[in-house]
Design a protein around this ligand. Structure first.
Ligand SMILES: NC(=O)c1ccc[n+]([C@@H]2O[C@H](COP(=O)([O-])OP(=O)(O)OC[C@H]3O[C@@H](n4cnc5c(N)ncnc54)[C@H](OP(=O)(O)O)[C@@H]3O)[C@@H](O)[C@H]2O)c1
Length: 310
């Protein structure tokens, strides 16, 4: 099968399209024929060696997290899936990934795909969608009527987070740059702040929940806008607990992994027309370098798709 692998860490030039054997599955696994993958920042971060010190990878490594596809083989102890089912999901970060014609995954990391969307669209949901759900709903515990601030609302996570918070009946505020203001408003945001010309921390107060996808100084400023008892959930870096104590708020850092339960919730919302995948660009398998470079530019507006097979 064809795969995109790295044999060393580095820039996009270390990406190699190679032939490798189709993986074998164990009793609790599925073999998936991948139709589409999506390109997440974590893919190029792994390629650059950001996770090298955690010793979770053995090189050569197949990159990629998100996938959509069809079940090709079912492990002997797996229940609930059959050959030919359309599925979507992501493996754990330590395993070979989804930039490949086939991927073997634990059955509990996979869910049936929404009926109402394409393979390309479905591939954009697992990482960004489970992250938006885990941060806002499980950790942020957002409720109807609350004021929710999404930092980088035009990104892969942000574009789904805005929709989820809106769907929960929240008043949603998003930050983005000028050219994406209408885009974020059309996702459902009540207010959009251009971070290049306005300081959101001087304009906002009484926020119940901040989803921080930016980190650093932006995260520190975000503490100021929370009401007492509010919560800051970051997917970027561990927030400063002393600062949280000073402002009387809760803070958390979350590293989100595979979660079939959340995928099922997202499928229901998508099939009810209440959550829409947002695709920015679609690349062919041979254009993987361009796809990763675009992700690394930090300018993606929604998600980037890598088509593996048609
Ligand atoms: N911890 C976890 O489990 C987890 C899970 C998923 C993602 N992440 C991390 O979260 C981050 C975001 O992921 P993503 O997939 O959403 O990234 P992405 O799609 O690459 O984000 C790109 C977007 O970020 C916006 N942006 C950049 N800097 C900004 C700023 N200072 N203020 C507001 N918007 C800004 C850009 O808007 P403009 O073009 O308008 O500037 C662009 O639309 C990445 O670092 C990723 O690695 C972590």
């Amino acid at each position: 099968m064809k795969t995109v692998r790295i044999h060393e860490y580095g820039n996009a030039d270390v990406l190699r399209i190679e032939e490798t054997p189709v993986p074998q599955i164990t009793a609790d696994e599925l073999l998936i024929k991948v139709h589409a993958a999506s390109v997440n920042p974590v893919d190029w971060q792994v390629r650059e060696g950001f996770y090298k010190d955690m010793h979770m990878h053995t090189l050569p490594l197949t990159l990629g997290q998100d996938f959509s596809g069809t079940v090709e083989k079912v492990g002997s102890s797996v229940k609930g899936f059959k050959i030919g089912d359309k599925v979507f999901g992501r493996p754990t970060l330590d395993r070979d990934g989804s930039y490949a014609e086939f991927i073997e995954v634990k059955a509990n990391e996979v869910a049936l795909m929404p009926n109402s969307i394409t393979y390309d669209e479905a591939a954009t949901i697992p990482v960004a969608g489970t992250t938006a759900w885990e941060t806002l709903i499980n950790k942020g515990k957002i409720q109807k009527g609350q004021r929710v601030l999404i930092l980088a609302a035009s990104g892969g996570v942000g574009s789904l987070a805005v929709q989820l918070a809106k769907n929960r009946g929240c008043y949603v505020i998003g930050t983005t740059s000028k050219s994406n203001i209408d885009f974020v408003r059309n996702l459902g945001a009540n207010e959009v702040i251009d971070y290049t010309s306005q300081d959101f921390s001087e304009r906002l107060t009484d926020i119940d929940c901040v989803l921080d996808t930016v980190g650093g100084e932006v995260q520190e400023k975000a503490f100021k806008v929370l009401k007492r008892g509010g919560v800051l959930v970051s997917i970027k870096n561990k927030p400063n607990q002393e600062m949280a104590n000073r402002y009387g708020v809760r803070c958390e850092f979350v590293l989100v992994g595979p979660n079939a339960h959340i995928l099922n919730e997202l499928r229901n919302l998508i099939d009810m027309g209440q959550l829409h995948p947002v695709i920015d660009k679609v690349y062919g398998f041979n254009e993987v370098k361009q796809a990763q470079n675009y992700s690394q530019s930090g300018k993606a507006k929604g998600k980037i798709v890598l088509e593996v097979s048609k």
